[in-house]
Write a protein that binds this ligand. Sequence first.
Ligand code: NAP
Length: 321
Amino acid sequence: MGGETISSPPYDVVIIGGGPAGLTAGMYAARADLRTLTIEGGSTVSQITVTDLIENYPGIPDGIIGSSLVDRLKTQAVQFGLKIATGDVTAVTKKRWGETDGWEIVADDMRYGTLSVIIATGANWRRLGAAGEERFIGKGVSFCATCDGPFYRNREVAVVGGGDTAIQEALYLTRFAKKVTVIHRRDRLRATAILQKRAFANEKIAFAWNSVVESIEGLDLVQGIKLKDVKTGATRELAANGIFIFVGLTPNTAPFRELVAADQGGYITVDANMQTSVPGIFACGDCIAKRLRQVVTACGDGATAAFSAQLYVEELKGEAY
Ligand code: NAP
C-alpha cells in the first residue's frame, strides 16, 4: 500500500470458522453493531454439517439435522448484518492501523484487516494410522456415516471407537447395513449411557472388545479388517465392506500455533471469557481446551467470545461505558 497509513481496519471483528461457534459469535457481534466478518473454511466443513440428527439441542424436541441447524444459524446471523467470506486461513499477523493495534488475516489470496479476531476453527477426525487406512479412503474407509452409510445397504460394516460419535454413527448405520461391528480398544464404552443402551439393544450391532485395527485389507475396495486382541496379542480377520473411523478429534489450530498458547493436544487455552493468551484474540468451540464438546457448548462459547471481543473493541475505540 505504498506507505499509506490507514487509520482503521475494515472490520471490528473477524471470526475464523463457520460452524455453530463461529456463526453464533458472528450473530452476537453483528447484532452488537460491530463490523463483523466470518471466514468459512474453503476446503473444510464443520463436523456438524455431516452429523445426522442432533437430538440434545435445547428447545428442539424433535431434533434437527446438522446441516439444517447450520443453515438456520447462518440465516439468523446474516439478518443481523454478518458478512461471510470463504477461504482457508493460513496466517494471522499483528498490524498497526494508524494509532491502533490490530490484525491482518490471510485467507487464500485475500487479506482482511480487523481490530480483533475470534478463532472458531473446530476440530477434525483423528486417523488410526493403520495400514491401508489412507489407501482405502473413499473405497471403504470413511469418516462420515451420514455421507457414506447409504452405500452399505445390506452389507457388513465396522465402526472403530467407543465414544459418542462412534456409537451414534453405528446406530445410524444400522438403517442400511445388515451388520455393524463396533471395534473398541477396551472392554467398556466411553459413550454416554443412553447411546450405550440403544447400541446394546440393537440386534444388528456386534462388539469386538479389546481390539485394535492392525490393517485394512482388500484389492480395489475394502474386503476385511485384521484385528488384534490387545490382551492376548492374537489376530483375526473380520469381514467388512466398509470401515467407519470415529476415534476422536484433532483441533484445527495449526495456523495459530505460533500465535496463541495451546495445550499438549493443540487445543487453544482460553479463560472463562474465551480470551486467549494474546489480547484481542479470542477462541471458542471445539478448537479450545475444555471438557464438553457439544453444539450447545460451542454456541455458548461463541456468544461469550463475541461479547469479549465487543468489550475489547469498545475499549480500543475509547467507547467503553
Ligand atoms: P472421544 O469421546 O474422544 O472418543 C474417542 C474414542 O475413540 C474413544 O472410545 C477412544 O478409546 C477411541 N480411540 C481414540 N484413539 C484411538 C486409537 N488410536 N485407536 C482406537 N481407538 C481409539 O471422541 P468422539 O466420540 O468423536 O466425541 C468427541 C466429542 O464430541 C465428545 O466430547 C463427545 O461427547 C461429543 N459428541 C457428542 C455427541 C452426543 O452427545 N450425541 C455425539 C457425537 C460427539 P478410549 O475410550 O479407550 O479412550
